[in-house]
Design a binder for this molecule. Structure first.
Ligand code: DOR
Ligand code: ZN
Ligand code: ZN
Length: 399
């Protein structure tokens, strides 16, 4: 099967260039000005083709919590949002803290219509399993209380994990950010801070000379909502880390501009409406479908450039996690592509979402700039509101 995407503007090395993209099977084989004969042709006139987004941080709840989401519905939401690869967190049931459970999750993930990587979790005594886990983006360490029971606090245990043979991704808030840096300094590992949400935390990530081993993710909810929105959203705006002040939000946008922030991860964390309406509601919100429209809309408001969006959402995640053949539009790379219409204006509507939880804190927001087609490994998975259920595959991580 071959596919030609013609007449579009293609994002190549930081520029939008009029080129045709020729795809054979799952790979981009030619980026050319001439018209190549193909089995199927997509006319992308007036559209832009960007490398598919890589969401480094989602909770697809499969196995064990599939009443909230599963790999099929979560990945459909991702595809509808222009995301072609996700990395799934280990706080599923049972938690991914041994090789057997990782294997079970690998089976569950075969339903996914976007590419996936699977984090490994840790508890007080699974160091030997951590060291044996293969092809994982990182070991996820929870240093603050949140959904699931993977919390770790003992310094001795943490030191062993931070100096293990794995890259570390961490949920660390407030004082725990500096604590992580002290721990990571003892080995030669890198560290990835998930969802940094305050000015203080962002400043703290920069407080050591090991800076070039330190990566910072922010989440769209902290870029587009503040704690003032809780009046309207109530439990539907409750997440960990919590929504912060306008001045924290400003610091995150400044961090995007000055290069302190490396990636945007949605922390897509769906819970059902019923669960959110209960007195002891769980923390977390869905986010895969709204990430790119929110950012493109912000681009129209001159808050961010298209280049920066692609750097944060495609290129950097591929580089930081060493995901093979992804993140860029290049000959020989995987054909993971998102076609966007910068002029399309549309309202976010709960009833149109693919996530199983069927709600979004951005419901009824009118946004300009939407993905209209998502191609995963050379297959059209999302096309103008419709999903084509073709399984994708696990990504490969390099050393
Ligand atoms: O709000 C959150 N929800 N924060 C987390 O760290 C976990 C997530 C979840 O799994 O629900
Ligand atoms: Zn977290
Ligand atoms: Zn998370």
């Amino acid at each position: 099967m071959s596919l030609l995407i013609k007449n579009g503007k293609v994002y190549l090395e930081g520029n939008l260039v009029s080129k045709n993209i020729f795809i054979e099977k799952d790979k981009i084989t030619k980026i050319t000005s001439s018209e190549v004969k193909a089995d199927k042709v997509i006319d992308a006139s007036n559209k832009i083709i960007i490398p598919g987004l890589i969401d480094p941080h989602v909770h697809f709840r499969d196995p064990g919590l599939t009443h909230k989401e599963d790999f099929l519905t979560g990945s459909m939401a991702a595809a509808a949002g222009g995301i072609t690869t996700i990395q799934d967190m280990p706080n599923t049931l049972p938690p991914v803290n041994n090789l057997q459970v990782l294997d079970e999750k690998r089976k569950a993930a075969r339903k996914s219509v976007v590419n996936y990587g699977l984090y490994f979790g840790c508890d007080a005594d699974n160091l030997s399993e951590i060291e044996k886990a293969s092809n994982v983006p990182a070991v996820k360490v929870y240093m603050d209380h949140t959904t699931g029971n993977l919390l770790l606090n003992d310094n001795q245990v943490l030191e062993k994990i931070f100096t293990s043979n794995k890259f570390i991704a961490v949920h660390a808030e407030k004082k725990n950010v500096k604590r992580c840096l002290d721990l990571i300094e003892k080995g030669d590992n890198g560290i990835y801070f998930c969802h940094i949400s305050s000015k203080q935390e962002l400043d703290d990530t920069q407080s050591k000379s090991i800076e070039n081993n330190v990566y910072v993710e922010v989440s769209p909810q902290h870029l587009f909502l503040t704690k003032d929105d809780l009046n309207n959203l109530e439990a539907f705006g409750e997440m960990k880390p919590s929504l912060k002040t306008k001045s924290d939000q400003k610091a995150l946008w400044k961090g995007i501009k000055d290069g302190t922030v490396d990636t945007i991860g949605t922390d897509h964390a769906p819970h059902t409406k019923e669960e959110k309406l209960a007195i002891n509601y769980p923390f977390g919100i869905p986010g895969c479908e709204t990430l790119l429209p929110l950012l493109l809309n912000a681009m129209h408001e001159n808050k961010i450039t298209l280049n920066k969006i692609i750097e944060l959402c495609s290129e950097n995640p591929a580089n930081i996690f060493k995901i093979k053949n992804k993140g860029f539009i290049k000959e020989g790379y995987d054909a993971d592509l998102t076609i966007i219409d910068l002029d399309l204006e549309k309202e976010v509507k709960n009833e149109e979402l693919f996530t199983k939880c069927s709600w979004s804190p951005f419901n009824s927001w009118n946004l300009k700039g939407w993905p209209i087609m998502t191609i995963v490994l050379g297959e059209i998975i999302f096309d103008n509101g419709k999903i084509n259920k073709i399984s994708a595959r696990e990504v490969e991580y390099g050393k």
